[in-house]
Design a protein around this ligand. Structure first.
Ligand SMILES: Nc1nc2c(ncn2[C@@H]2O[C@H](COP(=O)(O)OP(=O)(O)OP(=O)(O)O)[C@@H](O)[C@H]2O)c(=O)[nH]1
Ligand SMILES: [Mg+2]
Length: 353
C-alpha cells in the first residue's frame, strides 16, 4: 500500500465568481507569512494562468478548452466531463501531491454549482484525498451582496446546506466580498442576523411585504424550516480587499504589512508576480491591499475544522501566536464591531446633500 500523504488542506468551493481564486492567493500569502509550506493546487480546468504560483495544475491533465473543442461540448458539460476525467485519473493527482511532502494544500476548485450540490466527481476526488491522508476542510464562498435580497439569501442558504450535505467534509461557509455587501441596497437586519442565520421567520415576513413573493409565503416558510431543522449553516464574513474608507493615508493600514524580506524570497510578494508576456498593471490599477485580519479569522475556523490547529505543526513565530490568540474572539462575527468594520457607515444628517 502507498504511504499516507499525511497533509492538511482546504478545498475552496463555491458558485462562479464568488472569489475562490482570489481567496487562494490571499490565504496562501497569509499561511506563508505564518511559516507554513503551502502549495496551491488548481483543480479548475477553466482557470488558465491563475494569479498564484501554482504547484499542481489540472491543466496539465485536461483543459476545458480542449474538451469543448474535441467533444463539441458547451462550457457546463465540458467542465463536468473534465471533473469526471480528473476522477478517473486521480492517481495523477496523488503522484503530484506526493512530490510535495509536508505541504499544506489549497485546492482551488471550479465554480459550477452542481459540482458541490449533486454531481459526484468532485466529492469522489475529496474522498480519495481523505483516503490518502489529506485532512481537508471545505471552504465554501458565497457573495455577501445576496444578503440584501431576502429571496436570494434563502436560496444561498439552501445551496450552502445542500453543498454541506453533499461534499461530506468539515465545512466553513464564508460570505465573501464584504466590501460590496451593500452594493445593491441596505441590509434589512444587522449583519449577525445573516452570519449566525438567526430566526428566519423574520426573513419570510420581510419577503411577504413584496407583492410578488406574498404568493410564495408557504414555500418560503417550508424552505427556512428545513434550513433551521438542520441547524448547520452559518457564515464567517470575509473580505479579501480593504474597503477604500479604511485604507488610511497611503491606502494600506498598518496591520497589512508586506511579508519580511526573507519570507518574501520564499513566498513571493503579497501581490501576484508578473507573468511572462503579461504586462504589469499601471500603479493605480494595482489590486487593493488584502484584509489579513479577516483572513486570520477564517483561518481560525478552518484550522479547527480540518484539525490542523490541534497539532504541533505551527512554528511558534509571533505572527502564529497572534493568529492563535484571535481564537478567543471567535464570536467576533456576532458583534457590532464586524458591522462597523465591513459596512459603510450610515450617512450623517449634516453630510446629506
Ligand atoms: N471587491 C472585491 N472583489 C473581490 C473580492 N474577492 C474577489 N473579488 C473579485 O471577484 C472577481 C471574481 O474573483 P475570482 O477569485 O476569480 O472568483 P472565482 O470564484 O475564482 O471565480 P470562478 O473561478 O470563475 O468561479 C474578481 O474580479 C476578483 O477581483 C473581495 O473581497 N472584494
Ligand atoms: Mg477561480
Amino acid at each position: 500500500m502507498a504511504a499516507s500523504l499525511a497533509a492538511f488542506g482546504q478545498a475552496v468551493i463555491g458558485p462562479p465568481g464568488s472569489g475562490k481564486t482570489s481567496y487562494c492567493l490571499a490565504m496562501r500569502d497569509l499561511l506563508v507569512g505564518l511559516g507554513r509550506r503551502v502549495s496551491v493546487v488548481n483543480l479548475d480546468p477553466a482557470n488558465e494562468g491563475p494569479p498564484y504560483p501554482c504547484a499542481v495544475d489540472v491543466g496539465e491533465l485536461v483543459t476545458l478548452a480542449d474538451v469543448m473543442a474535441a467533444l463539441g461540448l458547451g462550457p457546463n458539460g465540458g467542465l463536468l466531463y473534465c471533473m469526471d476525467y480528473l476522477h478517473a485519473n486521480v492517481d495523477w493527482l496523488r503522484a503530484r501531491l506526493a512530490g510535495l511532502p509536508g505541504h499544506y494544500f489549497l485546492f482551488d476548485c471550479p465554480g459550477q454549482v452542481e459540482l458541490g450540490t449533486h454531481h459526484d466527481a468532485l466529492r469522489a476526488v475529496f474522498a480519495r484525498l481523505a483516503q490518502w491522508g489529506v485532512r481537508l476542510a471545505a471552504v465554501h464562498l458565497v457573495d455577501s451582496h445576496y444578503c440584501t435580497d431576502p429571496a436570494k439569501f434563502i436560496s444561498v442558504l439552501c445551496t450552502s446546506l445542500a453543498t454541506m450535505l453533499h461534499v461530506e467534509l468539515p465545512h466553513v461557509n464564508l460570505l465573501s466580498k464584504m466590501d460590496l455587501i451593500e452594493q445593491f441596497g441596505k441590509l434589512a437586519f444587522n449583519l449577525d442576523y445573516y452570519t449566525e442565520v438567526l430566526d428566519l421567520s423574520y426573513l419570510v415576513d420581510h419577503l411577504a411585504s413584496d407583492p410578488f413573493f406574498r404568493h410564495y409565503r408557504r414555500l418560503n416558510e417550508k424552505l427556512v424550516q428545513l434550513i433551521e431543522d438542520y441547524s448547520l449553516v452559518s457564515f464567517i464574513p470575509l473580505n479579501i480587499q480593504v474597503p477604500p474608507w479604511r485604507r488610511g493615508g497611503d491606502g494600506a493600514p498598518p496591520s497589512l504589512q508586506l511579508p519580511t524580506a526573507e519570507r518574501e524570497d520564499e513566498a513571493g510578494p503579497l501581490r501576484p508576480r508578473p507573468r511572462e508576456g503579461v504586462p504589469l498593471p499601471a500603479p493605480d490599477t494595482c489590486p487593493p491591499p488584502q484584509d489579513k485580519e479577516s483572513l486570520r479569522r477564517v483561518l481560525q475556523a478552518v484550522d479547527k475544522a480540518n484539525g490542523y490547529g490541534f497539532g504541533e505543526q505551527e512554528q511558534r513565530s509571533l505572527e502564529a501566536m497572534m493568529s492563535a490568540a484571535m481564537g478567543a474572539d471567535f464570536h467576533f462575527s456576532s458583534t457590532l464591531a464586524v458591522q462597523e468594520k465591513y459596512l459603510q457607515p450610515p450617512e450623517r444628517e449634516d453630510e446629506r446633500p
